[in-house]
Design a protein around this ligand. Structure first.
Ligand code: ATP
Length: 234
């Protein structure tokens, strides 16, 4: 579905990504792990064309994305939820959902919204409330829901667990696992919270200084004490 081949990117003299390859398949979650500054965010930003690669390719369903502009990616099936949970605070939850999907498909139907509200009932409860009163977890659900409105085939998620209580992380990750299973979505999940990410992931890729240093099935990575201690801190 999504393949990243020998992708490299730099910020001036800083080489943030160094020949990174990975793939994300339908119905699977690939966790991208690693310490601060390992290059995880840069990887997602380069996949979605926000950072220009110095080398390598990104393909979606066989199509090379280097000639596709970032605005056109949702229509091709790629959605990116950046870190930070950016919402339009003075608009309602439903207005955020409607506006967020505009670029991708033009019009949001009642059925589209119902699908998101079924997934995240708390958003239905709060649909007429202003986004700025949402808790961190609810905000995270809103940005994921907004991304899902474009009916992506591939979802890039950057640090969804950051700053959330473990109970809320478990809830959001459980929903994500269900979604991937039910809808055959391919997810690239960037996380510093390796333990939680690997609990729902199929594969784990560890980055260090912009390079892939480990690539394993998630279960095998969790079972390997030496690797966990060396790279994942749990
Ligand atoms: P974090 O978890 O802290 O977000 P990360 O694994 O996502 O870390 P990146 O943010 O991709 O890592 O950063 C990779 C490298 O690129 C780091 O050395 C970082 O300092 C550098 N970097 C990131 N963004 C920029 C930028 N806009 N300008 C210059 N250097 C940058």
């Amino acid at each position: 579905m999504l393949t990243v081949e020998r992708l490299s990117a730099s910020y001036g003299p800083v080489r943030a990504l160094d020949s990174v390859s990975l793939s994300a398949a339908e119905g699977e979650i690939t966790a991208v792990l690693g310490a601060n500054g390992a290059g995880k965010t840069t990887l997602l930003r380069t996949i979605s064309g926000l950072v220009r690669p110095s080398d390598g390719h990104v393909r979606l369903g066989g199509r090379d994305l280097s000639r596709v502009s970032t605005e056109d990616l949702p229509a091709l099936g790629l959605a990116h939820v950046p870190e930070g949970r950016g919402v339009l605070a003075e608009l309602t939850v439903e207005e955020n959902l409607r506006l967020g999907a505009l670029g991708a498909r033009g019009r949001v139907t009642t059925a589209d919204l119902r699908r998101i509200y079924d997934l995240f009932p708390v958003l239905a409860d709060r649909k007429n409330g202003l986004a700025h009163v949402l808790s961190g977890g609810e905000r995270q659900m809103l940005v994921i829901g907004r991304a899902l409105l474009s009916r992506p085939k591939v979802l890039l998620l950057d640090e969804p667990s950051l700053g959330l209580a473990p109970r809320i992380v478990a809830r959001i990750f459980g929903l994500l696992r269900g979604l991937v299973h039910d809808e055959g979505l391919a997810v690239v999940l960037v996380e510093q919270n390796a333990r939680s990410a690997l609990s729902i992931a199929d594969h784990g890729v560890v980055l260090n200084l912009g390079r892939v240093v480990v690539r394993r099935d998630a279960a095998a990575l969790v079972a390997d004490d030496a690797l966990r201690h060396a790279y994942l801190g749990f």
